[in-house]
Design a protein around this ligand. Structure first.
Ligand code: 4GX
Length: 257
């Protein structure tokens, strides 16, 4: 797949794209990502990308023509159709399911707004507006990087192990189970010994699998019960959920506060 990021802060976006699994996928040619400076698509001496809002009010608005020219250039290079995503708090909320769908698109464009936003007439060229959550950021660059990262991980070959992507807890609609590594015991504040749960040291793989499922379902029930409605649970997990819900309704504590 190809991904084009249109921004007035190309160095900020490029810096982030050097790191980690996504950086390696770009360097190795698995992903074709280009960061485009919106100012390169202006036609005035001062490379102006913004202007005052019609009707008055505070702040500035991104002008439409540089964005249109950028999209024309990307379409000429990549071919149609483009999936053009505008990062915006007014957008449809990003989810794992939507990211998986987007990862099957041939050519994705991420349009990063700044200031008060983008001239509304740009919407004629936008496939969909995307929000990463209900909080206000200073621009679309961080949201674009969030979308890019989660979409890119779904592209075959980007994450080393396709299995781990498919089994990713969120892909199944459950929170993850806890993880531990060496040493088997560390000292907490005040010297209390903090130990790795015994079952993980036992070597009983079936028991470990069951424990992890119980932890994942338990945490999801405690922290994000809203996820359970859409979760793809196997038979064990459904049994565990029924037990935990029954315990909860009987008022049995589970130590999760
Ligand atoms: N999830 N922002 C975009 C400027 C802007 C405003 C309106 C287009 C339309 C955000 C978020 C977010 C701040 C990015 C305002 N661009 N984007 N920017 N939350 O808060 O996606």
């Amino acid at each position: 797949m190809t991904i084009d990021v249109v921004t007035i802060f190309p160095t900020m976006v490029e810096a982030v794209l050097q790191a980690g699994v996504v950086g390696r996928a770009i360097a190795g040619g698995t992903l074709d990502v280009k960061v485009r400076d919106l100012r390169d698509f202006t036609s005035d001496r001062h490379r102006v990308v913004d202007d005052v809002p019609y009707g008055g009010g505070p702040g500035m608005v991104l002008k439409p023509e540089p964005i249109f020219r950028a999209l024309d250039a990307i379409e000429a290079e990549r071919g149609a159709p483009l999936t053009v995503l505008l990062l915006s708090p007014q957008g449809r909320r990003l989810t794992q399911a939507w990211a998986e769908e987007l990862s099957r698109a041939a050519h994705v464009v991420l349009l990063c707004g700044r200031y008060e936003g983008v001239d509304e007439r740009v919407s004629a060229r936008v496939t969909e507006e995307v929000s990463i959550g209900d909080y206000v950021l200073s621009g679309g660059e961080l949201p674009a990087l969030v979308v890019l990262d989660t979409v890119a991980r779904q592209v075959p070959g980007v994450v080393g192990d396709d299995q781990s992507v498919a089994e990713d807890s969120f892909s199944r609609g459950l929170l993850d189970h806890p993880h531990y590594t060496r040493p088997v015991e560390v000292e907490g504040r005040d010297g209390t010994p903090l130990r790795v749960p015994e079952v993980l040291l036992s070597g009983h793989h079936a028991e470990i699998r069951r424990w992890r499922k119980r932890e994942a379902v338990g945490r999801t029930l405690a922290r994000r019960p809203d996820l359970l409605a859409g979760a793809a649970l196997d038979e064990d997990e459904r049994d565990i959920l029924r037990e935990l819900v029954a315990e909860r309704d009987r008022g049995v504590g589970d130590g999760r506060d």
